[in-house]
Design a protein. Structure first.
Lengths: 472, 398
């Protein structure tokens, strides 16, 4: 086991691995200015009373000599408290007190700069966990000075328990690279990339923060991002259909697709979202409608995009119909082959007379997703990059999730922010086996122009999170 | 991850919402909102941690537009910041639009005859916040005194009211707690005062200079066409963010005739007309309501004829174990659950199997929703209209 405190770039070792007490910086037992804690372990001889880890008052049985993490409050974010009994040795009581105060200042570094970190490496584990320390308190007893046991150097020993409180989860010191400049197309047959199934971290099945950078080949204003389990789609077999005139009041069908959504039978956490690509629409703008049917039943749900007049297009438009309900029931005899959703797409013109409005669909797509978000009002040019930052990448900072992910438009070398852009929904997170999905439109509309010639270079990292040591 | 997210847009010229995302960072601790059949998107509260050094900038952000979206990216509430409070651990500063008036009229009596002064206006305040009118009634007074009264009132209330006090809370180092109390856009109809005349044929009251909502709101009353009823046509250009029209539902309908003659705010006019019911004696709902969620059988992005008769089709089902389901038997995102919907409670043992058509006793009309995410859990309160159903409170931890 290896426990350290890292404050202001200096590592202070609390306990070493096995019998070899590790060394630290500074010269021990001298001026507190150079050895702020009086804990530096250049001293590898004699008694080693300074490092005496022990379980805290409420051991939870998570392991011998493992610090117990106690939920403290939900003030800024869920935090835990860990008890670390230590001895401070110094050549005088004054130095010992100086060292203690310097220690507490370092642990409160979050107030003025970067938080200190608690480094924790259990036995038999290769990847260390880092917890950010938001503050600390100490418990020292009135009878805690013991100059006699500090022999042979007649050092003063101050026995105390520091209780730094910090982040609930442990993070890593560097992220896992998932995608490296992978080219995504902007069409329903090439706009995904698997994130792999080997990512580390306790929360790899619950969702771990992911940082993603997107650099488009051309300007796009609206970005749809998702981490998905499956992209179920129909992209072929559509042909041009003349859309009814407004005076008929009746929407007519311009395309249909049968989509197998069997994954919903076994994955209740998934949500479903319907997106439709209109490949071409001639002469007149139209309103669109989607009807949902299960098996060969009747229409059970209708979605009308009554405020989105879809303009004519020869480039293509992406229609976001939003989340859709799919009331599949896992009957014992309900096999995967029968878990079919039929989606009918209908349209009606907003005008009468003149040339016909002919609509040809390009794709009907149902995303079975974990996380989905819309980034609007973000005209990312080909010289810019859209960054989705879900965990801070900062020197001497633990990779823990930000309270709220941030989307930033950036450019230049080195990259500099050109301002935040709004995220609506949940930014994609990493899950083992999940896939990153992307769609872009050049205008900021729920039925924006989707240029399939556009691509985006995507790089993604994830930050492993651990709850191996936690109270709950 | 929070099941609801907030995006704030900077206040633009004349108080109209801009499409510029407010660049001040905040980390929400809790977000709540209420939606009502009477007024639409009603109120919202966002409590967040912000860097303490941004406290001074935050108190300047009154009337900035707020858009809440659920975890799936669907917008579920829109409005503006009506009150801001920043607590940095030493000082609590708050600033509010409540009571602010930058265009003041005094209605007074002169020898028993009601008169109204011309406007006392703060042009700079109007340029910042748009028009916030106030109509003050006083007793017998001459014109000079009434004008002076208007001017003195304006001097006091032309700008947002600020309060400061000592903080008794402990804030994390370097951080402050920000509380944003927000109102739905219908609240902005309280900023304009109209003169209503009864029985004078078509009366159109409109104000294209009003910038509470980007564009104009037009409220037209037509007494001639409908006999004893007024037609009310509220049209507003929806707030546009990022080039996207936000979905707002605005009711256009026929109401029974009002009985008074007075100066009133647009909100009063609409609410009072709606309270009288429509031409068919049905209660009438009104307001700006963000929609695009599951509703009875069909969802529409912008319900241009939202409201009217009490809905009969069931939109949501409540199961005995406290689940809320859509009419398609799927779980809705609670942040996007709508009021003015029919909710049906499912019972454990119903014999014979109930049908929505006949089993009316276990249905109630939800007039108002109250949603809260407190950082850990979600709660949703479904309030019935008068005379039916029970107040339902659901909670779940995500």
């Amino acid at each position: 086991m290896d426990i350290r405190i890292i404050a202001a770039g200096t590592t202070y070792y609390i306990v070493g691995r096995g019998v070899t007490w590790t060394t630290g910086s500074g010269t021990p037992w001298t001026s507190s200015a150079t050895t702020p804690f009086g804990l530096a372990m250049n001293d590898t001889s004699g008694e080693r009373l300074a490092f005496r880890p022990a379980p805290a008052a409420r051991p939870l049985g998570v392991g011998i000599n493992v610090p117990t993490l106690i939920p403290l409050s939900a003030d800024y974010e869920p935090v835990v408290e860990v008890a670390i009994p230590i001895d401070i040795r110094a050549s005088s009581k004054e130095y010992a007190i100086d060292a203690k105060q310097a220690l507490m200042r370092a642990l409160d570094g979050w107030a003025t700069g970067l938080p200190a970190q608690l480094y924790y490496l259990p036995n038999g584990v290769t990847a260390a966990l880092y917890y950010e320390i938001l503050g600390a308190r100490w418990d020292d007893l009135p009878i805690s000075w013991n100059e006699e046991i500090a022999r042979p150097a007649l050092r003063t020993v101050l026995t105390l328990t520091i209780r730094p409180h910090g982040s609930l989860d442990g993070g890593a010191s560097s992220g896992d690279l998932l995608l490296n400049a992978v080219t995504f197309t902007n069409v329903a047959t090439g706009n995904t990339s698997g994130l792999g199934s080997t990512g580390t971290g306790d929360l790899a099945n619950e969702g771990q923060p992911m940082n993603v950078a997107f650099t488009p080949s051309a300007t796009n204003a609206r970005w749809y991002l998702a981490s998905i389990h499956e992209q179920v789609r129909v992209t072929a077999g559509f042909s041009g259909v003349t859309v009814n005139e407004a005076s008929t009041v009746t929407y007519n069908q311009v395309g249909t697709g049968v989509l197998n959504v069997a994954s919903l039978l076994t994955r209740p956490a998934l949500a479903a979202r319907l997106l439709v690509r209109v490949a071409t629409l001639t002469n007149w703008g139209c309103y669109f409608q989607a009807q949902l049917l299960l098996a060969s039943g009747a229409v059970y749900h209708t979605i009308t995009l009554s405020d989105a007049l879809v303009g004519t297009t020869s480039t293509g438009r992406l229609l976001d119909f939003g989340d859709i309900p799919i009331p599949l029931v896992p009957f014992p005899n309900h096999g995967t082959s029968t878990a079919n959703l039929t989606v009918n797409i209908l349209a009606i013109r907003n005008s009468n007379g003149g040339s016909a409005a002919v609509c040809t669909l390009g794709a009907i797509e149902v995303l079975l997703y974990y996380d989905f978000c819309v980034i609007s009002n973000a005209s990312i040019t080909s010289t810019e990059t859209l960054y989705i930052t879900s965990y801070p990448v900062q020197s001497r900072r633990t990779l823990l999730p930000l309270p709220t992910p941030v989307a930033v438009r950036a450019a230049g070398t080195p990259q500099q922010s050109r301002g935040r852009v709004p995220i609506e929904g949940t930014a994609p997170r990493y899950r083992r086996g999940a896939t990153l999905w992307l769609a872009m439109t050049t205008d900021d509309s729920w039925a924006g122009t989707q240029n399939t010639g556009h691509t985006a270079s995507v790089t993604a990292w994830q930050a492993p999170q651990w709850r191996a040591v936690r109270a709950d | 991850m929070p099941p609801i997210v907030a995006n704030l847009y900077a206040r633009g010229a004349s108080g109209a919402p801009s499409t510029t995302l407010l660049q001040l960072p905040l980390w929400p601790l809790s977000i709540s909102h209420t939606k009502s059949a009477f007024g639409g998107d009603e109120s919202a509260t966002i409590v967040a941690r912000v860097p303490a050094q941004h406290a001074a900038q935050w108190v300047e952000q009154l009337q900035s537009a707020v858009i809440l979206a659920d975890g799936g990216g669907t917008r579920c509430w829109q409005g503006f910041i009506a009150r801001i409070q920043v607590d940095d651990g030493s000082t609590v500063i708050s600033r509010t639009l409540d009571g602010m008036a930058n265009e003041v009229y005094v209605q007074y009596l002169r020898y028993g005859v009601a008169r109204t002064t011309s406007a006392a206006t703060s042009a700079s305040s109007v340029a910042t916040y748009g028009r916030h009118m106030a109509l003050i009634s006083v007793d017998e007074m001459d014109a000079t005194a009434a004008a002076a009264r208007a001017a003195s009132y304006l001097a006091l209330y032309a700008w947002p009211i600020e309060e400061a006090s000592a903080s008794i809370t402990r804030q994390p180092p370097g951080l402050a707690t920000l509380t944003l109390e927000c109102k739905g856009w219908f609240e902005a109809t309280k900023w304009i005062v109209y003169s209503l005349q009864q029985g004078t044929g078509t009366t159109t009251i409109s104000d294209t200079n009003w910038r509470g909502i980007a564009g104009a709101i037009n409220l037209s009353l037509n007494d001639a066409t409908f006999g004893n009823n007024y037609s009310v046509n509220i049209s507003a250009t929806p707030f546009t963010a990022g080039g996207v029209n936000l979905p707002m539902a605005v009711y256009t309908g026929v109401y029974r005739r009002p009985f008074t003659k007075s100066y009133e705010t647009a909100a009063d006019v609409i609410a009072r007309l709606a309270a009288l019911g429509d031409g068919a004696n049905e209660r009438a709902t009104y307001g700006f309501l963000t929609t695009r969620v599951d509703n009875a059988g069909a969802i529409t992005w912008k319900a241009s004829t939202w409201a009217g008769a009490v809905p009969t089709a069931v939109s949501y089902y409540l199961t005995p174990d406290g689940q809320l389901l859509t009419n398609a038997m799927t779980q809705p995102r609670w942040a996007s659950v709508l009021p003015d919907t029919m909710i049906r409670r499912l019972r454990l043992a119903a014999r014979p199997a109930p049908s929505d058509a006949s089993d009316t006793i276990s249905r109630f009309w939800c007039a108002r929703t109250e949603y809260t995410w407190d950082g850990q859990a979600e709660t949703l309160r479904l309030e019935p209209g008068r005379g039916g159903g029970a107040d339902i409170l659901l909670a779940r931890v995500r």
